[in-house]
Design a protein around this ligand. Structure first.
Ligand SMILES: Nc1ncnc2c1ncn2[C@@H]1O[C@H](COP(=O)(O)OP(=O)(O)OP(=O)(O)O)[C@@H](O)[C@H]1O
Length: 397
Protein backbone atom coordinates (compact mmCIF):
# COMPACT_ATOMS: atom_id res chain seq x y z
CA UNK A 1 0.00 0.00 0.00
CA UNK A 2 1.30 3.42 -0.88
CA UNK A 3 0.53 6.91 -2.01
CA UNK A 4 1.44 7.91 -5.56
CA UNK A 5 2.42 11.47 -6.39
CA UNK A 6 2.88 12.67 -9.95
CA UNK A 7 4.32 16.15 -10.19
CA UNK A 8 4.54 18.21 -13.35
CA UNK A 9 5.09 15.15 -15.49
CA UNK A 10 5.95 15.80 -19.13
CA UNK A 11 6.74 13.21 -21.77
CA UNK A 12 7.29 14.01 -25.43
CA UNK A 13 7.72 11.52 -28.26
CA UNK A 14 9.44 13.42 -31.05
CA UNK A 15 6.77 15.98 -31.98
CA UNK A 16 3.94 14.60 -29.83
CA UNK A 17 3.57 15.77 -26.26
CA UNK A 18 1.91 12.71 -24.75
CA UNK A 19 1.81 14.04 -21.17
CA UNK A 20 1.96 17.75 -20.54
CA UNK A 21 2.71 19.03 -17.03
CA UNK A 22 0.47 16.52 -15.28
CA UNK A 23 0.20 16.54 -11.49
CA UNK A 24 -1.87 14.03 -9.50
CA UNK A 25 -1.95 13.03 -5.85
CA UNK A 26 -3.28 9.55 -5.25
CA UNK A 27 -4.08 8.48 -1.72
CA UNK A 28 -3.04 5.27 -0.06
CA UNK A 29 -5.52 2.55 -1.00
CA UNK A 30 -7.40 4.75 -3.44
CA UNK A 31 -8.97 3.36 -6.60
CA UNK A 32 -8.03 6.13 -8.98
CA UNK A 33 -9.32 6.15 -12.54
CA UNK A 34 -7.68 7.98 -15.44
CA UNK A 35 -10.32 8.66 -18.09
CA UNK A 36 -9.77 10.16 -21.50
CA UNK A 37 -10.14 9.60 -25.21
CA UNK A 38 -7.60 7.78 -27.35
CA UNK A 39 -4.27 9.59 -27.38
CA UNK A 40 -4.97 11.57 -24.19
CA UNK A 41 -1.80 10.29 -22.53
CA UNK A 42 -3.31 7.69 -20.20
CA UNK A 43 -0.96 4.81 -21.02
CA UNK A 44 2.09 7.09 -21.00
CA UNK A 45 1.11 8.23 -17.50
CA UNK A 46 0.91 4.63 -16.26
CA UNK A 47 4.19 3.75 -17.93
CA UNK A 48 5.83 6.72 -16.24
CA UNK A 49 4.68 5.46 -12.85
CA UNK A 50 5.96 2.00 -13.73
CA UNK A 51 9.29 3.41 -14.88
CA UNK A 52 8.89 2.11 -18.43
CA UNK A 53 9.46 5.45 -20.15
CA UNK A 54 12.09 8.11 -19.63
CA UNK A 55 10.18 11.24 -18.75
CA UNK A 56 11.33 14.65 -19.97
CA UNK A 57 10.41 16.51 -16.82
CA UNK A 58 8.62 16.04 -13.54
CA UNK A 59 8.71 13.41 -10.89
CA UNK A 60 6.88 10.31 -9.70
CA UNK A 61 6.98 9.36 -6.02
CA UNK A 62 5.63 6.17 -4.52
CA UNK A 63 5.09 5.98 -0.77
CA UNK A 64 6.81 9.34 -0.45
CA UNK A 65 10.00 8.20 -2.20
CA UNK A 66 11.09 9.70 -5.50
CA UNK A 67 11.29 7.05 -8.21
CA UNK A 68 13.98 8.89 -10.13
CA UNK A 69 16.61 6.35 -11.09
CA UNK A 70 14.60 3.46 -9.57
CA UNK A 71 14.28 0.53 -12.00
CA UNK A 72 10.75 -0.77 -12.76
CA UNK A 73 11.60 -4.04 -11.03
CA UNK A 74 12.27 -2.26 -7.75
CA UNK A 75 9.16 -0.07 -7.74
CA UNK A 76 6.89 -2.85 -6.43
CA UNK A 77 4.12 -2.02 -8.86
CA UNK A 78 2.11 -4.68 -10.68
CA UNK A 79 0.94 -3.84 -14.16
CA UNK A 80 -1.62 -5.16 -16.59
CA UNK A 81 -1.42 -3.62 -20.01
CA UNK A 82 -3.96 -3.88 -22.75
CA UNK A 83 -1.63 -6.14 -24.76
CA UNK A 84 -1.50 -8.98 -22.29
CA UNK A 85 1.40 -11.37 -22.16
CA UNK A 86 1.03 -14.96 -20.96
CA UNK A 87 3.41 -17.91 -21.07
CA UNK A 88 2.09 -19.85 -24.05
CA UNK A 89 3.34 -23.24 -22.86
CA UNK A 90 1.97 -22.90 -19.30
CA UNK A 91 -1.56 -23.66 -18.16
CA UNK A 92 -3.74 -20.89 -16.80
CA UNK A 93 -3.03 -22.14 -13.28
CA UNK A 94 0.73 -22.02 -13.82
CA UNK A 95 0.50 -18.63 -15.46
CA UNK A 96 -1.27 -17.38 -12.37
CA UNK A 97 1.07 -19.15 -9.98
CA UNK A 98 4.29 -17.91 -11.56
CA UNK A 99 4.19 -14.41 -10.01
CA UNK A 100 3.74 -16.13 -6.64
CA UNK A 101 6.62 -18.55 -7.21
CA UNK A 102 9.14 -15.95 -8.31
CA UNK A 103 9.80 -15.02 -4.70
CA UNK A 104 9.93 -11.39 -5.71
CA UNK A 105 7.08 -10.25 -3.51
CA UNK A 106 7.40 -12.66 -0.63
CA UNK A 107 6.98 -16.37 -0.16
CA UNK A 108 3.66 -18.09 -0.62
CA UNK A 109 3.07 -21.64 0.55
CA UNK A 110 1.34 -24.03 -1.84
CA UNK A 111 -1.85 -23.50 0.17
CA UNK A 112 -1.50 -19.71 0.01
CA UNK A 113 -0.99 -19.91 -3.72
CA UNK A 114 -4.06 -22.08 -4.13
CA UNK A 115 -6.17 -19.72 -2.05
CA UNK A 116 -5.03 -16.57 -3.82
CA UNK A 117 -5.54 -18.10 -7.25
CA UNK A 118 -8.96 -19.35 -6.24
CA UNK A 119 -10.08 -15.92 -5.00
CA UNK A 120 -8.87 -14.15 -8.13
CA UNK A 121 -10.14 -16.69 -10.64
CA UNK A 122 -13.57 -16.86 -9.03
CA UNK A 123 -13.90 -13.08 -9.15
CA UNK A 124 -12.74 -12.97 -12.74
CA UNK A 125 -14.94 -15.90 -13.74
CA UNK A 126 -12.06 -18.00 -15.05
CA UNK A 127 -11.96 -20.69 -12.37
CA UNK A 128 -13.12 -23.31 -14.88
CA UNK A 129 -10.19 -22.63 -17.20
CA UNK A 130 -7.28 -23.45 -14.91
CA UNK A 131 -6.05 -26.42 -16.93
CA UNK A 132 -6.19 -24.76 -20.32
CA UNK A 133 -3.32 -23.28 -22.29
CA UNK A 134 -3.51 -19.64 -23.42
CA UNK A 135 -4.10 -20.67 -27.03
CA UNK A 136 -7.24 -22.47 -25.91
CA UNK A 137 -8.75 -19.24 -24.56
CA UNK A 138 -10.79 -16.46 -26.13
CA UNK A 139 -9.33 -12.95 -26.13
CA UNK A 140 -11.59 -11.93 -23.27
CA UNK A 141 -10.55 -14.98 -21.23
CA UNK A 142 -6.88 -14.32 -21.95
CA UNK A 143 -7.29 -10.76 -20.82
CA UNK A 144 -8.83 -11.90 -17.56
CA UNK A 145 -5.97 -14.34 -16.96
CA UNK A 146 -3.50 -11.50 -17.56
CA UNK A 147 -5.41 -9.35 -15.08
CA UNK A 148 -5.40 -12.28 -12.67
CA UNK A 149 -1.62 -12.48 -12.93
CA UNK A 150 -1.45 -8.91 -11.66
CA UNK A 151 -4.01 -9.19 -8.90
CA UNK A 152 -2.83 -12.50 -7.53
CA UNK A 153 0.22 -11.02 -5.91
CA UNK A 154 0.63 -8.19 -3.47
CA UNK A 155 2.09 -4.92 -4.66
CA UNK A 156 2.28 -1.34 -3.46
CA UNK A 157 0.40 -0.16 -6.52
CA UNK A 158 -1.63 -1.88 -9.22
CA UNK A 159 -1.44 -0.25 -12.64
CA UNK A 160 -4.26 -1.43 -14.89
CA UNK A 161 -4.55 -0.27 -18.49
CA UNK A 162 -8.01 -0.95 -19.95
CA UNK A 163 -8.06 -4.38 -18.32
CA UNK A 164 -11.64 -5.13 -19.35
CA UNK A 165 -11.49 -3.81 -22.90
CA UNK A 166 -11.81 -7.22 -24.59
CA UNK A 167 -14.88 -8.31 -22.68
CA UNK A 168 -18.39 -8.02 -23.98
CA UNK A 169 -20.64 -5.42 -22.39
CA UNK A 170 -22.45 -7.83 -20.09
CA UNK A 171 -19.31 -9.41 -18.72
CA UNK A 172 -17.70 -6.03 -18.31
CA UNK A 173 -20.58 -4.82 -16.23
CA UNK A 174 -20.47 -7.96 -14.10
CA UNK A 175 -16.72 -7.65 -13.69
CA UNK A 176 -16.95 -4.01 -12.70
CA UNK A 177 -19.12 -4.99 -9.81
CA UNK A 178 -16.80 -7.81 -8.73
CA UNK A 179 -13.44 -6.20 -9.22
CA UNK A 180 -13.58 -3.82 -6.31
CA UNK A 181 -14.70 -6.57 -3.97
CA UNK A 182 -11.50 -8.49 -4.48
CA UNK A 183 -9.70 -8.37 -1.13
CA UNK A 184 -6.36 -7.11 -2.37
CA UNK A 185 -7.90 -4.72 -4.81
CA UNK A 186 -10.01 -3.02 -2.18
CA UNK A 187 -6.96 -2.00 -0.16
CA UNK A 188 -4.18 -1.59 -2.73
CA UNK A 189 -3.64 1.77 -4.39
CA UNK A 190 -4.83 1.28 -7.96
CA UNK A 191 -4.41 3.42 -11.06
CA UNK A 192 -6.94 2.28 -13.60
CA UNK A 193 -6.96 3.56 -17.16
CA UNK A 194 -10.10 3.52 -19.26
CA UNK A 195 -11.90 5.45 -21.95
CA UNK A 196 -15.24 4.03 -20.76
CA UNK A 197 -17.07 6.57 -18.61
CA UNK A 198 -19.37 3.98 -17.07
CA UNK A 199 -16.40 1.98 -15.89
CA UNK A 200 -14.86 5.16 -14.47
CA UNK A 201 -18.04 6.13 -12.61
CA UNK A 202 -18.61 2.65 -11.28
CA UNK A 203 -15.09 1.96 -10.10
CA UNK A 204 -13.34 5.20 -9.26
CA UNK A 205 -13.00 6.64 -5.80
CA UNK A 206 -11.85 9.59 -7.87
CA UNK A 207 -11.51 10.17 -11.59
CA UNK A 208 -8.97 12.28 -13.47
CA UNK A 209 -10.11 13.38 -16.92
CA UNK A 210 -7.23 13.86 -19.37
CA UNK A 211 -7.18 15.60 -22.72
CA UNK A 212 -4.09 16.05 -24.88
CA UNK A 213 -1.85 15.04 -22.00
CA UNK A 214 -3.31 17.61 -19.64
CA UNK A 215 -5.52 17.26 -16.61
CA UNK A 216 -8.94 18.76 -17.25
CA UNK A 217 -10.65 17.81 -13.99
CA UNK A 218 -10.14 15.55 -11.03
CA UNK A 219 -12.87 14.64 -8.58
CA UNK A 220 -15.23 12.03 -7.24
CA UNK A 221 -17.62 10.42 -9.72
CA UNK A 222 -20.34 12.59 -8.21
CA UNK A 223 -18.38 15.82 -8.78
CA UNK A 224 -17.33 14.90 -12.30
CA UNK A 225 -20.88 13.97 -13.24
CA UNK A 226 -22.73 16.83 -11.55
CA UNK A 227 -20.17 19.60 -11.86
CA UNK A 228 -18.17 19.12 -15.05
CA UNK A 229 -15.67 22.00 -15.36
CA UNK A 230 -16.27 22.33 -19.09
CA UNK A 231 -18.18 20.91 -22.01
CA UNK A 232 -15.35 18.45 -22.74
CA UNK A 233 -15.88 16.71 -19.39
CA UNK A 234 -19.66 17.02 -19.74
CA UNK A 235 -19.50 15.36 -23.15
CA UNK A 236 -17.04 12.70 -22.02
CA UNK A 237 -19.59 11.35 -19.54
CA UNK A 238 -22.88 10.02 -20.79
CA UNK A 239 -24.08 8.22 -23.85
CA UNK A 240 -25.86 9.71 -25.74
CA UNK A 241 -23.91 12.88 -25.11
CA UNK A 242 -25.19 15.85 -23.15
CA UNK A 243 -27.40 18.24 -25.16
CA UNK A 244 -25.81 21.66 -25.66
CA UNK A 245 -28.06 24.61 -26.47
CA UNK A 246 -26.91 28.17 -27.24
CA UNK A 247 -28.82 30.70 -25.19
CA UNK A 248 -28.89 34.33 -24.14
CA UNK A 249 -28.87 35.25 -20.45
CA UNK A 250 -30.94 38.31 -19.65
CA UNK A 251 -33.45 39.44 -17.02
CA UNK A 252 -32.73 36.29 -15.04
CA UNK A 253 -33.76 34.03 -17.91
CA UNK A 254 -31.99 31.73 -20.36
CA UNK A 255 -33.44 31.79 -23.87
CA UNK A 256 -32.47 30.08 -27.09
CA UNK A 257 -32.41 32.43 -30.10
CA UNK A 258 -35.69 31.02 -31.48
CA UNK A 259 -37.40 31.19 -28.08
CA UNK A 260 -38.16 27.46 -27.99
CA UNK A 261 -36.14 27.10 -24.80
CA UNK A 262 -36.98 29.82 -22.28
CA UNK A 263 -36.26 29.03 -18.64
CA UNK A 264 -35.31 30.91 -15.48
CA UNK A 265 -31.55 31.09 -14.94
CA UNK A 266 -30.63 28.83 -12.02
CA UNK A 267 -30.31 31.33 -9.17
CA UNK A 268 -27.49 29.44 -7.44
CA UNK A 269 -25.24 30.15 -10.45
CA UNK A 270 -25.45 33.95 -10.37
CA UNK A 271 -24.93 34.31 -14.13
CA UNK A 272 -23.98 37.61 -15.72
CA UNK A 273 -26.06 38.79 -18.68
CA UNK A 274 -24.67 37.74 -22.04
CA UNK A 275 -24.53 34.47 -23.93
CA UNK A 276 -24.18 30.94 -22.61
CA UNK A 277 -24.57 27.29 -23.51
CA UNK A 278 -26.97 25.10 -21.63
CA UNK A 279 -26.04 21.51 -21.01
CA UNK A 280 -28.86 19.06 -20.35
CA UNK A 281 -28.25 15.34 -20.15
CA UNK A 282 -30.64 13.16 -22.16
CA UNK A 283 -31.64 11.18 -19.06
CA UNK A 284 -32.46 14.36 -17.12
CA UNK A 285 -35.15 15.41 -19.58
CA UNK A 286 -38.62 14.01 -18.98
CA UNK A 287 -40.78 13.21 -21.99
CA UNK A 288 -44.52 13.79 -21.72
CA UNK A 289 -46.36 11.83 -24.37
CA UNK A 290 -49.35 13.27 -26.30
CA UNK A 291 -52.50 13.34 -24.23
CA UNK A 292 -50.57 13.38 -20.96
CA UNK A 293 -50.05 16.32 -18.67
CA UNK A 294 -46.68 17.63 -17.54
CA UNK A 295 -46.50 17.91 -13.74
CA UNK A 296 -47.82 21.26 -12.47
CA UNK A 297 -45.17 24.01 -12.21
CA UNK A 298 -42.69 22.09 -14.33
CA UNK A 299 -40.51 23.81 -16.91
CA UNK A 300 -41.57 22.62 -20.31
CA UNK A 301 -40.02 22.75 -23.77
CA UNK A 302 -42.25 21.75 -26.66
CA UNK A 303 -41.13 19.77 -29.66
CA UNK A 304 -41.82 17.04 -32.20
CA UNK A 305 -40.38 13.54 -32.11
CA UNK A 306 -38.13 13.10 -35.11
CA UNK A 307 -36.72 9.72 -34.20
CA UNK A 308 -37.59 7.09 -31.61
CA UNK A 309 -35.19 4.23 -31.02
CA UNK A 310 -35.26 1.42 -28.52
CA UNK A 311 -32.16 1.02 -26.34
CA UNK A 312 -32.90 -2.15 -24.45
CA UNK A 313 -35.03 -1.16 -21.48
CA UNK A 314 -34.91 2.49 -22.46
CA UNK A 315 -35.98 4.59 -25.44
CA UNK A 316 -33.95 7.28 -27.11
CA UNK A 317 -35.94 10.10 -28.66
CA UNK A 318 -34.63 12.81 -30.89
CA UNK A 319 -36.95 15.78 -30.44
CA UNK A 320 -36.99 18.85 -32.66
CA UNK A 321 -37.70 22.00 -30.75
CA UNK A 322 -37.34 25.11 -32.89
CA UNK A 323 -33.79 25.11 -34.23
CA UNK A 324 -32.70 22.65 -31.54
CA UNK A 325 -32.57 18.92 -31.66
CA UNK A 326 -32.70 17.52 -28.16
CA UNK A 327 -31.93 13.93 -27.30
CA UNK A 328 -34.04 12.40 -24.55
CA UNK A 329 -33.59 9.01 -22.95
CA UNK A 330 -36.78 7.83 -21.32
CA UNK A 331 -38.23 4.64 -19.90
CA UNK A 332 -39.59 2.37 -22.57
CA UNK A 333 -43.15 2.66 -21.29
CA UNK A 334 -43.29 6.27 -22.52
CA UNK A 335 -45.74 6.13 -25.40
CA UNK A 336 -44.51 8.57 -28.00
CA UNK A 337 -43.96 7.89 -31.68
CA UNK A 338 -42.16 9.61 -34.50
CA UNK A 339 -44.10 12.71 -35.55
CA UNK A 340 -45.81 13.16 -32.15
CA UNK A 341 -45.94 16.60 -30.55
CA UNK A 342 -44.51 16.20 -27.06
CA UNK A 343 -43.43 18.22 -24.05
CA UNK A 344 -40.04 17.89 -22.46
CA UNK A 345 -39.80 18.54 -18.76
CA UNK A 346 -36.61 20.28 -17.77
CA UNK A 347 -35.34 19.92 -14.21
CA UNK A 348 -33.65 23.22 -13.45
CA UNK A 349 -31.31 21.74 -10.84
CA UNK A 350 -29.77 19.51 -13.51
CA UNK A 351 -29.18 22.22 -16.09
CA UNK A 352 -25.48 22.93 -16.58
CA UNK A 353 -24.43 26.33 -17.84
CA UNK A 354 -21.23 26.84 -19.84
CA UNK A 355 -19.56 29.81 -21.50
CA UNK A 356 -20.75 30.51 -25.05
CA UNK A 357 -18.94 29.43 -28.18
CA UNK A 358 -16.57 32.12 -29.44
CA UNK A 359 -18.25 34.55 -31.87
CA UNK A 360 -18.56 33.07 -35.34
CA UNK A 361 -17.99 29.47 -34.24
CA UNK A 362 -20.84 27.06 -34.73
CA UNK A 363 -20.95 23.49 -33.57
CA UNK A 364 -22.49 21.10 -36.02
CA UNK A 365 -24.37 18.10 -34.67
CA UNK A 366 -21.85 15.27 -34.76
CA UNK A 367 -23.87 12.05 -34.46
CA UNK A 368 -20.83 10.47 -32.86
CA UNK A 369 -18.62 10.90 -35.90
CA UNK A 370 -16.51 13.87 -34.93
CA UNK A 371 -13.14 13.44 -33.31
CA UNK A 372 -13.10 14.70 -29.76
CA UNK A 373 -10.66 17.43 -30.61
CA UNK A 374 -12.83 18.81 -33.41
CA UNK A 375 -15.23 20.13 -30.79
CA UNK A 376 -14.98 23.59 -29.37
CA UNK A 377 -15.29 23.27 -25.63
CA UNK A 378 -16.10 26.00 -23.19
CA UNK A 379 -15.77 26.25 -19.39
CA UNK A 380 -18.54 26.08 -16.83
CA UNK A 381 -20.11 29.42 -15.92
CA UNK A 382 -21.00 30.56 -12.45
CA UNK A 383 -18.69 28.24 -10.50
CA UNK A 384 -19.29 24.82 -9.05
CA UNK A 385 -22.79 23.83 -8.12
CA UNK A 386 -22.90 23.10 -4.42
CA UNK A 387 -25.07 20.20 -3.45
CA UNK A 388 -25.34 17.76 -0.63
CA UNK A 389 -22.89 15.10 -1.76
CA UNK A 390 -24.40 11.66 -1.54
CA UNK A 391 -22.09 9.62 -3.69
CA UNK A 392 -23.03 5.99 -3.65
CA UNK A 393 -20.84 3.03 -4.47
CA UNK A 394 -22.58 2.54 -7.79
CA UNK A 395 -21.74 6.02 -9.05
CA UNK A 396 -24.05 8.95 -9.36
CA UNK A 397 -26.70 7.22 -11.40
N1 LIG B 1 6.26 5.05 -28.36
C1 LIG B 1 5.66 6.10 -28.89
N2 LIG B 1 6.21 6.77 -29.93
C2 LIG B 1 5.63 7.86 -30.47
N3 LIG B 1 4.46 8.38 -30.04
C3 LIG B 1 3.85 7.76 -29.01
C4 LIG B 1 4.42 6.60 -28.40
N4 LIG B 1 3.58 6.20 -27.41
C5 LIG B 1 2.55 7.07 -27.42
N5 LIG B 1 2.70 8.02 -28.37
C6 LIG B 1 1.79 9.14 -28.66
O1 LIG B 1 1.56 9.85 -27.45
C7 LIG B 1 0.20 10.23 -27.32
C8 LIG B 1 -0.38 9.66 -26.05
O2 LIG B 1 -0.39 8.24 -26.16
P1 LIG B 1 -0.94 7.29 -25.02
O3 LIG B 1 -0.77 5.88 -25.50
O4 LIG B 1 -0.35 7.66 -23.73
O5 LIG B 1 -2.50 7.69 -25.03
P2 LIG B 1 -3.73 6.91 -24.43
O6 LIG B 1 -4.59 7.95 -23.78
O7 LIG B 1 -3.30 5.78 -23.59
O8 LIG B 1 -4.43 6.39 -25.76
P3 LIG B 1 -5.22 4.99 -26.04
O9 LIG B 1 -6.50 5.09 -25.27
O10 LIG B 1 -5.44 5.03 -27.51
O11 LIG B 1 -4.34 3.88 -25.57
C9 LIG B 1 -0.49 9.74 -28.58
O12 LIG B 1 -0.57 10.81 -29.50
C10 LIG B 1 0.43 8.65 -29.10
O13 LIG B 1 0.36 8.55 -30.50
Amino acid sequence: MATVRIENLTKTYEKVTAVDGLSLDIADGEFFVILGPSGAGKTTTLKSVAGLVDVDAGEVSIAGTSMEGVEPYHRNVAMAFESYALYPQKTVFDNLASPLRSGRTGKYSAQDQQQRIEAVTTTLGIDHLLKRLPRELSNGQRQRVALGRVLVRTADVYLLDEPLSHLDAKLRAAMRAELKQLGEMSSTTTLYVTHDYQEALALGDRIAVLRNGRLVQVGTPYEIWHDPVDTFVARALGQPEINLVDAAVSDGRLRSADGSVDIPAPTHLDLPDGRARLGIRPRDLGLVAPGQEAPADSLVVRGRVKLAERLGRLMEFSVESGAQELIVVADSDVRAREGDEVSLVLPLADVHVFAPLPQGVQESPDHGEQRVDDHVDTPRLGGAVRRAVTTTAGGPR
